[in-house]
Design a protein around this ligand. Structure first.
Ligand SMILES: [Zn+2]
Length: 305
């Protein structure tokens, strides 16, 4: 354990770990303040907030894997009543130990509690994950069909098709009696041995390790993943105490939007006068950010100069 991991990590954190002596790596995320700040801005019905919270936890889980600064975007779209659900994770070059998350959803009436992903996003529903790490790495996009019932199914399918590593995922988001939300995500992945010799020698043993680790993860209850009195380190120790667990440097997660007056001004000034007149009201253009709901105001007369 490194020094900064000795503090009990409770929430708004992603913690990577490895099961001692095994080819199994994982990550765990718990969101509290960040998820509440985001959900409060949008005021969605509870069953939409729950899906948003799970998506944010999943986005933080995989976004914090980015080696360099960049943006990871999770997007679900289709031809069902749910038009789009987007969330992204941004890691800046200045501070790689902190990630900003944000998200928004757009949907029609008619989505009810208990609807599967297929009900919500239709036959053409898909999950797209885009990773953009600027000049450091080529832009990556992975797409999977939303065929399963839950986001956990879609997340596992994404790892199966994109990384071809056995992966087990658990996602959860719940509201307590005070209206306070908690979101969590945990995953483990089975890495193959590096050399052929080791692969042959240890095949049965590593298979056993993976089966045991999967069963243990399956025994984790959503309440434990979200329990704010149980630190993330203790949660991992509770799960994998028999083999031991090595914990690596954590990433802090906070709510953050990258919209700015300057960026929107640049987009508006590239439009022609007729278009600007159409969206202006009493000489003013108001642009609301889908993510953080901030209203950016512009005087039409000033934009034209
Ligand atoms: Zn914004």
């Amino acid at each position: 354990m490194t020094e900064n991991n000795q503090l009990p990590l409770l929430t708004d954190t992603c913690l990577p770990f490895q099961i001692e002596g095994q080819d199994i790596k994982g990550r765990v995320v718990r969101l509290d303040r960040s998820v509440n700040e985001i959900l409060k801005k949008h005021n969605y019905p509870d069953h939409i907030s729950k899906l948003m919270g799970e998506t944010l936890a999943f986005t933080a889980l995989i976004g914090s894997l980015m080696k360099y600064d960049g943006i990871l975007t999770t997007q679900m779209k289709g031809d069902g009543p749910f038009r789009v659900l987007v969330s992204d994770f941004y890691k800046s070059a200045e501070n790689k130990m902190i990630g900003d998350i944000r998200g928004y959803a757009s949907f029609n009436d008619g989505i009810i509690e208990g609807d599967t992903l297929e009900d919500m996003f239709g036959d053409k529903g898909y999950l797209a994950i885009t990773i953009d790490q600027g000049k450091f790495m080529e832009r990556y996009q992975g797409i999977v069909k939303l065929e399963g019932e839950t986001l956990t199914n879609a997340a596992e399918e994404y790892f199966r098709s994109s990384e071809q590593l056995p992966t087990k995922v658990m996602l959860s988001c719940e509201k307590d009696e005070n209206g306070h939300w908690q979101a969590g995500a945990i995953m483990i992945q089975h890495y193959a041995r590096n050399t052929e010799e080791e692969q042959i020698r240890d095949q049965d043993e590593t298979e056993d390790h993976w089966n045991t680790a999967s069963v243990l993860l399956g025994s984790l209850k959503p309440e434990e993943l979200l329990d704010e009195n149980l630190s993330l380190q203790n949660l991992l120790i509770r799960l994998y105490h028999e083999s031991g667990v090595r914990i690596f440097d954590h990433t802090l997660i906070k709510e953050g939007c990258r919209c700015s007056q300057e960026k929107i001004r640049a987009a508006l000034t590239s439009m022609d006068l007729e278009e600007l007149n159409q969206i202006a009201e009493d000489g003013t253009i108001n642009v609301t950010c889908d993510f953080c709901t901030t209203v950016h105001k512009f005087e039409l007369s000033k934009l034209l100069h």
